[in-house]
Design a binder for this molecule. Sequence first.
Ligand SMILES: [Zn+2]
Length: 396
Amino acid sequence: MSTMESVKRYAVVTESYFDGDQHHTGGPFTIVIEHGKITATVVGDSSQDLCKQNIPVQKAAFIMPGLVEAHSHLFLDGGLLEFNARNDYLNASGEEMLTVARNNIAANHAAGVTLIVDAGDRYGVNHDIRHESRSVTVRSAGWALRRPGRYGGFMAREVGSRDEIASAIHAIGETADDLKVILTGIIDFKAGLVKGEPQFDVEELSFIVSQARELGLRTFVHCSGVAGLDVAIAAGVDSIEHGFFMTGDHLKSMADQGIAWVPTVSPVNFQLQRPELAGWDEQTVANLRRIVGSHLRHIAMAADLGVPLVAGSDAGSHGVRHGEALIDELDFFSAAGLPMDEVLRSVTSRPRMRWGVGAALLAAGQTADFIALKGSPFENPRFLRSITAHFQHDTN
Ligand SMILES: [Zn+2]
């Protein structure tokens, strides 16, 4: 892996590329970068000219914008599989957790990720790592919101009355980039459903969304199950995270309202792949298979309806490893039938534009934030797992 960060002026000659929106073939193409900005993208190989001008040129088979991980818990190690060890870890020191987060940043960077949204942690590791990470930009939600005694203890603070909700949002908003809300519990795999009523009703969640908007925060909401999806959509949240037990009607409303969906297939699929770890019985494995199958069908439906699909893995969850799990999500999108250009939009320009950060398009005038792959994922999706170089603007 190499980086050209310290060179003021350089060029990359590539066979083909994805600019964040469109696939460009019929190359080679020459991309010129000056002081961290892309200044030209031209058809043809200009290396000879550039070499005469002493401008260094790097060759690549395929380039595309740096990847975006839309749902991550940076303080958690997804590769830590033993349940007692996972529980013990929640009592680890801040320094220990920060070390885990640093390793997770490194794993993301190696996988080609240059922007991560952390979806909540009560220990503040997400804010700390946001502050120190240079290779990867981190958006941090800080604390999420939840109801007293309900699911989300490791990432959320409890709120009851409206006053409490309003003051919590103001407190969180002082340091957070986005507002995470825990609307439902997690899936009960044994029962094959989400138990319990949503933590907030439509009025309460609408209030949360409006308070957050006043502070310029988008709301992304942990939500699975029909009852929760009804509430999240009626309240007009910005993004539904997980969204298991999705229906066609929900997706139609989401398309109409422009509500994004981050389906996070990985955590449930891991339980299906390794049922012996949790000791799932045959009936539960059948539930898991049904839930994952239905999820992929709804991802395909979402793409057809025009729901803004965004790739996020829920890395840090049991068995969900930072970096590689995001590429797994892209494979799930492909398995659902999405064409590669749509898969790549979900992990590059779409999340960046929705979150109002620089689009990072591979085009003249844009800040350089792109990666090289060993080959084109349009020829073979496996190339998404072989990153050969990063080209990022110098952040110093
Ligand atoms: Zn999560």
